[in-house]
Design a protein around this ligand. Structure first.
Ligand SMILES: Nc1ncnc2c1ncn2[C@@H]1O[C@H](COP(=O)(O)OP(=O)(O)OP(=O)(O)O)[C@@H](O)[C@H]1O
Ligand SMILES: [Mg+2]
Length: 423
């Protein structure tokens, strides 16, 4: 016969002994602290284990059909989480030690016991059960978190691989486009040249206009192809600077000459100011020129006819080692939401309807390479670009460049140029 002392929400304690008196004594001792189940045979014990959430099992070693150790060894296989305790009166102590060493039994207590000792002993067994459960629960959570992390890692790696692949495809695509465009463009130029030569001065006004149109379209195509090619070359990590001392007055005058035709067509003016202290800068002149041209051409395109644009060069107020080149316009300005992206490659407000190959006409957006190239060039010099713009009011682009970039110390070209700045 087995019995149950029902005090739910307490830990469940199963005691097995073939002597009913001992079972009664133990049940009385523990009924306040645990739900105590008692069984006189192993068969009864199995029934209770199957029907209850037993946490600690304590069994006598001397049982009729099966020893306590054998039973606990079986229990370990089927219910490894139950804490197994053995008590034994006459002791075959070496069997008990083996059982503990083999892990079948958590602890043993010898009969007769003092009630205080037994209480402490059983309390420790329950405590052990709880710490094991907590450990298992923590491990489970850790495993879950780990799985989640692994899944997210796998997703990130996949996304990363895809991005790298797309970037490669983009570069290869652009390389092919810019390369493949060159041949047909050269052929178009060749044919217009031939036609002009063939017809000599006998071109009708329609034919002359058509040829001029073909030529200017081919020039635009060539410009686009060149810019893509340039951007790809500068994106490469091996891109280097060809540093030399650039006389700022000569430089500005050359810039002015280059954009003058466009200023005239838009009836715009360029005001230039060069601070007396700003004489020269150690820079890659071609890149410096490209950088400023891009900013100035933007100012022209995004300003209205008849407006003034300004270019100012001066040492930075806070840092005399820096030169600032400022291009200001009073044109259409840039919406706040676009500011963060205008330096991105191919950003030209991402509206294909706005794209046009126009170089200077009002509001004509290009392929969106100008600012990203300018930013890249500024960074190659150890500098940066800032923009301050208000929609409807105009824009202010400021390039900050070190007057003598650090790379001048290591650049192979630098030694010859860097030693004496022309003043
Ligand atoms: N001064 C400016 N005023 C207003 N908007 C500007 C100005 N400069 C640049 N932007 C905005 O930033 C975008 C990106 O400029 P970016 O110079 O990179 O490209 P783009 O001029 O359109 O084409 P590209 O320079 O390649 O011919 C422009 O399309 C325009 O929307
Ligand atoms: Mg531009």
């Amino acid at each position: 016969m087995y019995s149950v002392t029902n005090t739910s929400s307490k830990g469940t304690f199963l005691v097995i002994d073939d002597e009913p008196d001992i079972l009664d004594a133990i049940a009385r001792l523990f009924r306040k602290d645990y739900e105590v189940l008692t069984a006189q045979t192993v068969a009864e014990a199995w029934e209770l284990i199957e029907s209850h959430n037993v946490e600690v099992v304590m069994t006598d070693q001397r049982m009729p059909k099966m020893s306590g150790i054998e039973f606990l060894a079986e229990l370990r296989k089927t219910h490894p989480h139950i804490v197994r305790v053995l008590f034994t009166g006459y002791s075959n102590i070496s069997d008990v030690i083996d059982a503990i060493n083999e892990g079948h039994v958590y602890r043993y207590i010898s009969k007769p016991w003092k009630p205080v000792e037994l209480r402490l002993f059983v309390a420790q067994a329950f405590e052990f059960y709880r710490s094991l459960r907590e450990r298992d629960e923590l491990l489970k959570q850790l495993r879950l978190a780990n799985d989640l992390l692994e899944q997210q890692n796998a997703l990130l790696s996949a996304a990363n691989a895809e991005l790298k692949m797309l970037d490669r495809v983009k570069n290869v695509f652009m390389e092919v486009v810019s390369h493949e465009l060159n041949t047909p463009i050269a052929i178009v130029f060749g044919y217009t040249f031939l036609l002009r030569k063939e017809l000599n001065d006998n071109l009708s006004s329609v034919a002359s206009k058509a040829l001029a149109g073909i030529d200017s379209s081919a020039v635009r195509l060539k410009n686009i192809s060149n810019r893509i090619f340039k951007m790809l070359a500068e994106e490469s990590p091996s891109a280097t600077l060809d540093l030399e001392w650039v006389d700022l007055r000569k430089f500005v005058s050359s810039l002015h000459d280059q954009i003058d035709p466009f200023l005239q067509k838009r009836n715009q003016t360029l005001e230039t100011t060069i601070a007396a202290e700003a004489r020269s800068i150690l820079a890659d002149e071609d890149k410096l020129n490209d950088m400023c041209l891009n900013l100035l051409m933007n100012a022209i395109k995004f300003s209205y006819d008849d407006q003034a644009i300004s270019l100012e060069i001066a040492p930075d107020k806070d840092d005399q080692e820096l030169l600032t080149i400022t291009v200001r316009d009073n044109g259409i300005g840039i919406p706040d939401e676009d500011i963060a992206q205008i330096f991105d490659v191919f950003f030209s407000t991402f509206n294909s309807g706005h794209h046009s190959s126009g170089q200077f006409e009002f509001g004509k957006r290009g392929i969106g390479l100008g600012l990203s190239v300018a930013k890249r060039f500024a960074e190659m010099h150890g500098g940066y670009i800032k923009v301050d713009s208000q929609e409807g009011r105009g824009s202010l682009f400021t390039v900050y460049l070190p007057i003598q970039p650090d790379s001048a110390i290591t650049s192979p070209h630098a030694d010859t140029h860097a030693q004496h700045a022309p003043h």
